[in-house]
Design a binder for this molecule. Sequence first.
Ligand code: FES
Ligand code: FES
Length: 158
Amino acid sequence: MQINQIRISCEINGTRCEDDIAPDLTLIDFLRSKGFLSVKQGCDTANCGLCTVWLDRKPVLSCSVLAARANGKAVTTIEGVQEEAEAFARFMADQGADQCGFCSPGLVMNILAMERELENPGPEEIRHYLSGNLCRCTGYASQMRAIDAYLAAKGGTV
Ligand code: FES
Ligand code: FES
């Protein structure tokens, strides 16, 4: 017998969400169908980082995770960390790193995850952590200046 729908129950940015979904639905398509259009689709092959969200506060590539994996878990998109994202965006703007912005939601989710996971990361650790977040506009130098300034302002060392 073919299973056409499965029921999942999760939290998205602190709000309970229950739905019947196709077993092969990806997390990114699930989130975008719920209106979370901040979650961007780039490569769709786990290579660009644009689709990064958190699953139980750990960053995942939502193009490569089934929505069914969110069952019983907490999903966070950039809307769920809006104040922190806006604070970081000011550093991006100061450094001229806010160009087309298409990569920004995924990058910000990974930077905020890195901040929680690594204590006082150095430049190499930062580059390694963010190596999966591609950007076609900036060449990364302005982004790295923004990250350095943001972490320094928050008391971390770079
Ligand atoms: S769209 Fe998911 S990694 Fe590129
Ligand atoms: S700012 Fe355009 S892709 Fe990164």
